[in-house]
Design a protein around this ligand. Structure first.
Ligand code: KG4
Ligand code: ZN
Length: 334
């Protein structure tokens, strides 16, 4: 019998709903919240209110696009955490209410696990075990993935996430929020000719706060001498920042691959949409003899499709949750 899952994602500032039938994503609808741009970052209270306004229309759109009636839904899945509590509560409450009213089973999904499992939405799918560099606005992790639901974080950031490094550096350049995609666009036209120091972090962990500070001091010095330094060098600055972040990420990923002997290498999360990272991963993969996996754009940034795919594998394992599953802000292990 067909298993049709309604999946809900509301952990940060995107309200998303998806319909997944037997592991295949039929629709994946996302309502982006423009309201945060004027503040230069996500405002939690604004995000929760926008989720409230968006959740019903986005679910209706997902049903319509999938050609599925409400009555056909057999399972409801939702992001339980990590994320902003107020945001998570909207999706969680909606999912619970929908399931309760129709007497349907519920599946809770860990957002970071879902970013990894986004690789199973479409071919080519990585073989187990594989390494996944999960890079988003809130997280930077190297995950050793032994099976669909058997994952271990073997490296992570000690301070800022890679997406935060993009966004905060972009803010210093006067770019809008989120700056990651804007830096990506400018970097394509520029040369990485400003060297920023690489942090010396032992093992497989990362640090990005030093990079932000060195960019800040560099810009202060240069704009002191020439107030137009940023607009005159914007493309090269973006290329330099992007190259620095990508280099830090890929050096640790290569270290993890060599240490574990794993050659199935994937990237996931919002920053995996970055063209510099995608190109550099492919180039490194050729040199190192890796099979590399990069998700389609719609599965990189936050989306309910990946929540539904993760829920499908939890469904196959019989991993359901109760109405008492409370959201959590921080990761509680995967
Ligand atoms: O996974 P995601 O949508 O949300 C979180 O779970 O955080 O990731 C959002 C992050 C933001 O920091 C954004 O600037 C970054 O992903 N991002 C990019 C690009 N597209 C999104 N960073 C660099 N280049 C991009 N093309
Ligand atoms: Zn995310």
């Amino acid at each position: 019998m067909d298993v049709i899952i309604l999946a809900i994602e509301s952990s940060c500032d995107d309200t998303s709903a998806a319909i997944i039938r037997n592991g295949t994503v039929l629709s994946n609808c996302i309502a982006n919240q423009e309201a945060h741009r004027q503040y230069g970052g996500v405002v939690p209270e604004v995000a929760s209110r926008a989720h409230q306004a968006n959740i019903i229309p986005v679910v209706e759109m997902a049903l319509q696009k999938a050609g599925v009636a409400k009555e056909d839904i057999g399972v409801v899945a939702f992001t339980r955490g990590p994320g902003l509590l107020g945001s998570l509560l909207v999706g969680t409450s909606f999912a619970k209410a929908f399931a309760l009213s129709r007497n349907l089973p519920l599946i809770e999904v860990n957002h970071m696990q879902a970013h990894v499992l986004a690789h199973f939405a479409e071919a080519p799918r990585p073989q187990f075990p594989f390494l996944c560099l999960t890079v988003s606005g809130g997280h930077t992790q190297i995950v050793l993935v032994r099976d669909f639901l058997d994952m271990e974080v073997i490296g992570e950031t000690l301070d800022d996430a890679a997406g935060e490094a993009f966004d905060k550096s972009g803010k210093l350049l006067g770019l809008g929020y989120p700056a990651g995609p804007l830096i990506d666009r400018h970097a394509r036209e520029g040369q990485a000719r400003f060297p920023f120091p690489e942090p010396a972090v032992p093992g497989l962990n990362f640090s990005f706060s030093g990079l932000k500070t060195s960019i800040l001091y560099f810009l202060k010095k240069e704009t002191g001498a020439n107030p137009d330094f940023i607009p005159q060098n914007l493309n090269d600055l973006c290329a330099s920042i992007q190259t620095s972040i990508v280099t830090i990420l890929l050096k640790k990923l290569r270290k993890a691959a060599r240490q574990t002997g794993i050659k199935e290498i994937a990237i996931a999360g919002g920053v995996s949409a970055n063209s510099g990272l995608r190109n550099a991963l492919e180039a490194m993969g050729e040199k190192e003899g890796w099979n590399t996996y990069i998700p389609a754009f719609q599965y990189c940034t936050d989306n309910a499709g990946m929540i539904g795919v993760a829920a499908h594998y939890k469904y196959l394992q019989g991993e359901f949750c109760g109405q008492d599953a409370a959201p959590y802000a921080r990761n509680s292990g995967q």
